[in-house]
Design a protein around this ligand. Structure first.
Ligand code: C5P
Length: 230
């Protein structure tokens, strides 16, 4: 069975699935769209390095192996139709909703749930919504929250070794065949905000037309490769 999303193709084959990263980049619920040759391979390898790092920290992810240039072999998950965002600093839709200044610290990591639904502009929901709408049980939602914060703090530590700041990040979780909540999808400049001394190394370069996003994505991959080999 194959599913095609905005930036990935999922092929389920027997005990595993193949996640093929496309060169597409989108923003604004898919309204802004371009194809950047090479982006798929950059995001696939970045995800593979970061998920391997997480598994070394005892965090379960769907990654089995990276198949160069643009594919990840993963365990199949029954995905929650959710985006789980963790914020360490104020930015993006947080500032639009609640005010404040981009880059200001939040006192503790903030976890937000959004239903994946472009037509409704990904509505933000709380744990009660997830339960009442039959999307996740309270226990599953709490497990996602706990894992999301743990993963974020591990990644913050990873990037801090090179004086990069992780501002916020989005995850997607699913259930494995035993019902465990497992991290799926990707971790790349498409899904986090990463800054160094005011310089932007993430999809905001594309969202805000600030130059060549791929140049920054490549620099993040190089950074991950070098931190991974230390
Ligand atoms: O736009 P917002 O501030 O809510 O984004 C928070 C974080 O989640 C950012 O790092 C952004 O790149 C990521 N995100 C994402 N996919 C979305 C929405 C947000 O990866 N559909």
């Amino acid at each position: 069975m194959n599913y095609e999303g905005k930036t990935k193709i999922v092929k389920v084959t027997g005990d595993y699935a193949l996640l093929e990263f496309k060169d597409d980049i989108t923003a604004g619920d898919g309204l802004k769209h371009d194809v950047l040759t090479g982006k798929g391979s950059i995001c696939a390898e970045t995800t593979a390095i970061l998920m391997k790092y997480l598994s070394e920290k005892g965090i379960k992810t769907h990654l089995v192996e990276y198949i160069p240039p643009r594919t990840l072999k993963v365990i199949p998950l029954k995905m929650f139709p959710l985006e789980v965002v963790v914020r360490l600093k104020k930015a993006g839709s947080f500032v639009r909703r609640y005010g404040g200044v981009e880059g200001e610290d939040l006192p503790v990591p903030l976890v937000e749930f959004f239903i994946k639904d472009d037509e409704r502009h990904d509505p933000m929901v709380c744990v009660d919504h997830l339960e009442i709408l039959g999307i996740a049980t309270r226990e599953q939602a709490e497990k996602m929250k706990e894992a999301a914060v743990k993963i974020t703090l591990a990644l913050k530590e990873f990037f801090e070794r090179a004086n990069f700041e992780l501002w916020d990040i989005k995850y997607e979780f699913g259930l494995d065949k035993d019902g465990n909540v497992v991290l799926g999808d990707e971790i790349s400049p498409d899904t986090f905000r990463l800054r160094k001394k005011g310089e932007i190394f993430d999809k905001d370069v594309y969202r805000r037309d600030l130059g060549d996003p791929l140049k920054k994505y490549r620099e993040v991959l190089e950074l991950c490769r070098s931190l991974n080999s230390q």
